[in-house]
Design a protein around this ligand. Structure first.
Ligand SMILES: NC(=O)c1ccc[n+]([C@@H]2O[C@H](COP(=O)([O-])OP(=O)(O)OC[C@H]3O[C@@H](n4cnc5c(N)ncnc54)[C@H](OP(=O)(O)O)[C@@H]3O)[C@@H](O)[C@H]2O)c1
Length: 342
């Protein structure tokens, strides 16, 4: 499959490494044949070649100079939207940064442009699913192409695939869980007596939290995932701005101690359920009894509970994900696509 990659950060580089340098470690990926025809970044230049761009060369350039080499044969200044509109590819892989402030843009436009041309899309970026799912899914359906997004919630853990492939005939009546690793890590550390500030610093040292952790701590990342799940699994038409949201910034050692005295842990719980003819979605800190499943989700773990009318509830849990889990979500979507095309 000819693939256009928008973004070549942590996730893009891990995918490139798995498909080249680390390929021998993963024998079940051998039949996945990806030919990148474009790798576009915001500030490091782009590589474009209809005959194929070398992942290995792209990795070496970023490792060497932090950017693509202007002297490379395939170097280009092509921007993401231009590439989505003009290049010939089978799948656009959207790996650029989520912008809550810009309501998922420019990623929503990258995806809309590709789907409108009848090109398949895989997005690890939450923006298009959290802000524009209904419209984008409709375009995909009209143009008879696929819009896959497994990585958007809980990396490669089967969440959307689970509902699509195995809960056939069921109507999802509610979703709930712990969706944000950073806040769960910080709350777990605080239970061990560490302050919120120190816990955030440790999360950053370990690469669990971003340099600017505010989106995680204020609950925006969790709200984006809740909106994405509600939109896809429950047919909602909400955005992260519709989610009633509090983060963990106000949590203190006193709150943690009070919860422990009650035999509980504090967790950032996300929920979406039907209410008043629509879907009510919330993100907020709650006390969870220490006997509850969620209490066992510690560190960078996550959990999703899906309720349906016929079957369920079903829980998917994830333990301390790494970048491999994230890359896997995209690789799984690529395999799904390759199988549907062959
Ligand atoms: N990391 C994870 O564990 C994880 C898990 C699940 C989902 N995700 C999602 O996956 C996506 C990629 O994550 P990441 O960790 O790889 O992010 P990252 O390291 O920050 O890399 C983002 C990449 O996107 C490029 N980019 C940003 N805006 C762009 C634009 N307008 N046009 C073209 N390129 C643009 C950046 O270019 P520059 O390098 O020039 O800035 C960079 O190459 C994000 O949406 C993230 O939320 C990540």
């Amino acid at each position: 499959m000819k693939a256009l990659f928008i973004g070549f950060g942590n996730v893009g580089r891990k995918i490139a490494s798995i498909l080249t340098r680390e390929r021998d470690r993963f024998p079940h990926l051998w039949d996945l044949e990806i030919e990148p025809v474009g790798i576009v970044t915001r500030s490091r230049g782009s590589l474009v070649d209809a005959e194929g761009v070398s992942f290995n060369e792209a990795l070496s350039m970023i490792e060497g100079n932090g950017k693509f080499d202007m002297n490379s044969r395939s170097f280009s200044q092509t921007g993401a939207l231009e590439a989505a509109q003009n290049l010939e590819y089978d799948v656009l892989v959207e790996l650029s940064t989520l912008s809550i402030e810009r309501k998922g843009e420019p990623a929503v436009s990258h995806v809309r442009t590709a789907l409108s041309r009848g090109k398949n899309v895989i997005s690890a970026n939450k923006g298009p699913v959290a802000f524009g799912y209904a419209e984008l899914a409709e375009i995909a359906s009209e143009k008879d192409c696929r819009f896959l997004h497994e990585t958007v919630v809980m990396d490669g853990a089967p969440v959307f695939n689970l509902a699509r492939c195995t809960l056939k005939g069921c109507t999802v009546t509610g979703i709930e869980g712990i969706f944000n690793s950073t806040t769960n890590f910080v709350l777990t550390k605080m239970e061990q007596g560490v302050s919120l500030e120190e816990a955030v610093k440790e999360a950053q040292r370990l690469g669990v939290a971003e340099a600017d952790p505010s989106h995680d701590l204020e609950g925006w990342d969790a709200a984006a995932k809740t909106a994405a799940l509600a939109n896809v699994l429950m047919g909602a038409r909400i955005t992260p701005y519709d989610v009633i949201r509090t983060g963990i910034t106000e949590v203190t050692q006193e709150h943690i101690a009070k919860a422990r005295a009650n035999g509980s842990y504090l967790k950032l719980i996300c929920r979406a359920k039907p209410e008043g003819g629509g879907i009510k979605a919330t993100v907020g800190v709650e006390e969870v009894p220490d006997t509850h499943h969620y209490a066992a989700v510690t560190g960078g773990g996550a959990v999703l509970r899906i309720e349906t009318d016929l079957m369920g509830p079903v829980l998917v849990t994830q333990e301390d994900p790494t970048l491999y889990d994230t890359a896997y979500g995209v690789l799984d979507d690529l395999l799904t696509l390759q199988r549907s095309m062959s």
